[in-house]
Design a protein around this ligand. Structure first.
Ligand code: PLP
Ligand code: COI
Length: 340
């Protein structure tokens, strides 16, 4: 199979049209078989629930070319399970995780020519999503739904790749206590748009959100969970019911313990502790592990000792081990790698 003529090394995190996408419809209480289509457009009624009441959820995972030329995905079962949780919370029908994984495989296989080669620095981002599609005007869930998956080859989420970024402590809140912060709903991202544009205008790369209840604890950023490394080499990561249970973060915790012999603390992390840390990173499918060099809290600059030039040494070990597992150069724990 011949790869597309794409300048893989210069891809940013953007949408590139690929050949096939998967579509399945839910009507009268059940999902149809689903199929691949070449049509990237969706025609919906003006009153579709997704337009009026934002009834939409999504997932994000990647396909990689391994060193020996296989195409693989990383823990897609966990994305399928998280999408089940997201669907239940927004009163949408569950698209079963098993069928989810099959549909991911089918979509990636059909777009094999767009999976970036090993060593190119790019990957194929996979975006499964679901929305309420029939006309709804009183506030209630839709009766009909569409589940779709498209793919797009991507480069680094933050310009500059592994170069440390600057984040600010946000005055805006991301997720209310007992709200929807723990699911991957479009609405969580809609409310972050004002904050991210404002952050960029003021020269910051991302927003670090606090817990809205007390505004004393760190939660996560707009598109990633957070990890810290203490001065004595421990990994600390915020625990909260209102952050997205990142598959990357859960994997890094296991990598730290089982591969690198790093002690891990999953606990509440206070804003007041920031100056105690040696390294900080943002972790997620898109972000992978992106180092943070500086955190700005209302004019007060907290400069991580790891600096603004390169990833801190412990973050780098975590990054290398995780990406080594994903790209097939380090043996993966059982079940983590699913070959297409
Ligand atoms: N937090 C938010 C708000 C996200 O959008 C993402 C991206 O999916 C993550 C965390 C990281 O999750 P994962 O590692 O499963 O991609
Ligand atoms: C992902 O990492 O898959 C996400 O959904 C984050 C988004 C900011 C691109």
């Amino acid at each position: 199979m011949e790869k597309k003529n794409i300048d893989w090394g210069n891809l940013g995190f953007g949408y590139v049209h690929t050949d096939y996408r998967f579509v399945s419809n839910y009507k009268e209480g059940s999902w149809d078989e689903g199929e691949l289509t070449t049509d990237p457009n969706i025609v919906l009624n003006e009153c579709a629930c997704v337009f009026q009441y934002a009834q939409t959820i999504f997932e994000g995972l990647k396909a990689y070319t391994t060193k020996d030329g296989k195409i693989v995905t990383f823990r897609p079962d966990l994305n399928g399970e998280r999408m089940e949780t997201s669907a239940s919370r927004l009163k949408m029908p569950v698209y079963p995780a098993k069928k989810f994984v099959e549909a991911v495989k089918k979509t990636v296989k059909a777009n094999e020519a767009y999976v970036p080669p090993y060593g190119s620095g790019a990957t194929l981002y996979i975006r499964p999503y679901m929305f309420g599609s029939d006309p709804i005007i009183g506030v209630k869930p839709a009766n009909e739904y569409q589940f779709r998956i498209f793919t797009t080859p991507v480069g680094p989420y933050f310009k500059g790749g592994a170069k440390p970024i600057t984040v600010r402590i946000s005055d805006f809140d991301r997720a209310a206590p007992h709200g929807t912060g723990h699911i991957k709903a479009g609405l969580n991202y809609a409310m972050s748009l004002y904050a991210i544009v404002d952050a960029h205008e003021k020269g910051f790369d991302e927003n670090m959100y606090l817990d809205p209840g007390t505004r004393t604890k760190l939660e996560e950023t707009g598109g990633a969970n957070i990890i810290f490394i203490t001065k004595d080499g421990k990994l600390v990561t915020p625990k909260s019911d209102s952050i997205l249970p990142s598959i990357t973060r859960r994997s890094l915790v296991q990598v730290a313990k089982d591969y690198l012999n790093i002690e891990v603390e999953e606990r509440e992390v206070y804003l007041s502790e920031l100056s105690d840390f040696a390294e900080c990173g943002l972790c997620g499918t898109a972000a992978v592990v992106s180092p943070v060099g500086k955190i700005v809290d209302h004019g007060k600059e907290i400069c991580l000792p790891a600096g603004m030039e390169e990833m801190g040494p412990v973050t780098k070990k975590l990054y290398d081990t995780l990406t080594g597992i994903q790209m097939g150069t380090i043996e993966a724990p059982e079940g983590w790698i699913v070959e297409i």
